[in-house]
Design a protein around this ligand. Sequence first.
Ligand SMILES: O=P(O)(O)OC[C@H]1O[C@H](O)[C@H](O)[C@@H](O)[C@@H]1O
Length: 427
Amino acid sequence: MSYRIDSNGCLASVIGEQGLAEATYRGMLRRAVRACEGLARQRTSGQMALLQVPEWRSDLDEIEALATRFRESFDQIFILGTGGSSLGARTITRLAGFSSKPRLIFLENVDPVSVSDRLADCDPARAGVIVISKSGGTAETLAQAALVLDFFRSALDEAALPAHFLVLTEQRDSALSRLAARFSLPRTDHVTDIGGRFAVLTNVGLLPARLAGLDCAALRAGAAEALNRCLVSGESDENLPAVGAAISVGLCQTRGISQSIMMPYSDRLQPFGYWYRQIWAESLGKEKQGTTPINALGTVDQHSQLQLYLDGPDDKLFTFIELEENGGGARFAEDLTHDPDLRYLRGHKMGDLLRASAQATADSLLMAGRPVRRLTLQRLDEHELGSLFMHFMLETILAADLFGVDPFGQPAVETGKRLARDYLKEV
Ligand SMILES: O=P(O)(O)OC[C@H]1O[C@H](O)[C@H](O)[C@@H](O)[C@@H]1O
């Protein structure tokens, strides 16, 4: 197993009164482990599809065939969707860097300016479109689909649309299903019994991953490893998702730590913070429970947020994600480090500064008595990212158990969605 987490910086024995008391931590951990035992039973009985996904292989052939067709036919591929239908895929595909071919363009918002800018830059003959929505009823995704479909219809023959579009949605009647049927657009199914924000390891995340040329089996293998370790580790500190849930909920309930800052020190993991924000917020923010997830990026946000983190309200848990490979990169040219105020860079690489900055920031927070945990990945690849996704899905589900809320569903969001539709009807 390659990722590890040092959570000692969350304990009262290390940081003082804002840390978690050992007895509280152990009590919470015991409860989280009981919840793990429940998950193990659900995995054995096949009751929770999410826990089976890491072992799935039979769907990979279809993903491969769809991805190959799109990769061979197009230079640009638009991926339409929002929330769980976009954030996981955006996170995974960032692994392939910014210049992967074909170019993947995620349309998440309904800002007319960005949508028309994106379309102005597109040759429809060389572009494909994948519309993703679990429910098939999200207004933003439907609006994007309508606009993009109209654009392609005007530029190409309507009969050409099925060759350019693919719809990924649940197999049931919905506005998106009907749109697909009307234009004979090919479709593939969104798994029914896995919630959108937990679907990153299904075709929702893996089809875009293959479009970016990434290894889907490795993503699942990493997830399987994290899951297995969680389910067999019992009360040991090696049960990282249980430890994480115990610390987050324990700090919230006994120390008033109501915000959770997720701060990767890696540009490639920046979208991960957005994926985490959704899963933590929508799964736990119920019945007045939960903590507020906030994403940040090291080192960039040290220069905009750190004053608050160190000296503002003492209500935050910090999770740093660091890569062992962070010490890499280009070495600074010797003659450019002669200035006395730059001598500290002499002989070093760019990654040394990244690593030293993470260490220094974590130490400053600890010295200020702020709870910090440090997650380290040996390297950043599909396997490690798969583990990271599974870790935080499990940590979220276990935290929900400790908070006493149901991690699945987002009942409160539905009111706003309904109101938005009503307001449009009135215009
Ligand atoms: O995939 P969809 O059904 O289009 O849903 C996309 C998103 O819509 C909502 O607003 C929900 O709060 C999210 O949990 C969901 O991921």
